[in-house]
Ligand binder design. Structure first.
Ligand code: NAP
Length: 296
């Protein structure tokens, strides 16, 4: 029997409806509208489209969006000045500096300059540390979206074997840490694979939950998946061109073959992708709620 498809668009829409209610409550009870500042340096087309989508999503939910677009020639000093201003601005609850930055700017220096209480991407080392000890303020958006999909698909996690393929700082490592926590929706036994892993299929075939963030089409084939497993495909790869002349998007999993083996599976597109911006909105609302509660 073919796997159940986990519909990320549907889950994202449900969460956004809930967020919209919470935003209204915050406005009615405290006169506060959550605000997200995005900072884009240069005109990388992918970055422009990500930042535009984030601003649009904010507005649709009734949040404020402050979009700062700077030329690629902006100096590091000028960028740090802008971040400092946003840190001080009480209308700005979340700050997102779109990566990658131009080569002459040190990304780490810029990310460290963001107030950790406004770091809605969760990349500041203070927030990475909080995540590790299970006291996170802002879980990073893609891993948070993955965990929501697992929970809302009804996949049990307690004691489950979770195998993560990929160990990047933005996906693989944080989702591994999150699934390991002594908390509902986690409590799993976690294995992390990467390019130096020997016999990767031996690990992936044990997985009750297989999370793949390798950035390689067909990294996971049907013979590498345990029958009935929940498979979360994080990969976004542009391959070849469709009949309309657009690049075709595929994940890291051989979807057609794996869906015959898995119990549940996310598609690409329409799986993890729609969840990422939703989790950014959730973190921004959380930052505003914390500001109101005076916990900053
Ligand atoms: P990354 O920084 O390139 O990391 C990829 C990781 O996968 C590395 O740890 C690498 O191992 C490992 N890897 C690569 N090929 C492998 C293979 N054949 N077998 C085992 N491990 C392998 O990528 P990322 O930023 O984590 O992103 C991963 C994918 O997710 C990309 O396709 C990206 O576009 C997508 N993504 C999607 C979203 C979304 O919202 N949908 C968000 C973020 C990322 P080494 O460490 O040994 O090199």
């Amino acid at each position: 029997m073919a796997a159940q498809i986990i519909d990320g668009k549907q889950v994202a829409a449900e969460i956004r409806a809930d967020l919209a209610q919470r935003i209204q409550t915050l406005q009615q009870q405290h006169g506060v509208t959550p605000g997200l500042a995005t900072v884009l340096v240069g005109d990388n087309p992918a970055s422009v489209s990500y930042v535009t989508a984030k601003g649009k999503a904010c507005n649709e939910l009734g949040m404020q969006s402050f979009q700062h677009t700077l030329p690629a020639s902006t100096s590091q000093h000028e960028l740090l000045e802008l971040v400092a201003q946003l840190n001080r601005n009480p209308d700005v609850h979340g700050i997102l500096v779109q990566l990658p930055l131009p080569e002459h700017i040190n990304e780490t220096t810029v990310l460290y300059s963001i107030d950790p209480n406004k770091d809605v991407d969760g990349f500041h080392p203070v927030n990475v540390g909080r995540l590790l000890i299970g006291e996170e303020l802002f879980p990073p958006c893609t891993p948070a979206g993955i965990q929501e999909l697992i929970i809302r698909s009804g996949t049990p996690t307690d004691g489950a074997e979770v195998v993560v393929v990929g160990r990047s700082n933005i996906v693989g490592k944080p989702i591994a840490v999150m699934m390991l926590q002594k908390k509902p929706g986690a409590n799993a036994t976690v294995t992390v694979c990467h390019t130096r892993t020997r016999n990767m299929a031996e690990h992936t075939r044990r997985a009750d939950i297989l999370i793949v963030a390798a950035g390689k089409p067909n990294a996971i084939t049907a013979d590498m998946v345990k029958p009935g497993a929940t498979v979360i495909d994080v990969g976004v790869n542009r391959i070849g061109f469709s009949e309309s002349g657009k690049a075709k998007l595929v994940g890291d999993v051989d979807f057609e073959a794996v869906k015959q083996v898995a119990g549940k599976i996310t598609p690409v597109p329409g799986g993890v992708g729609p969840m990422t911006i939703t989790m950014l909105l959730r973190n921004t609302l959380r930052a505003a709620e914390l500001a109101v509660a005076g916990r900053r």
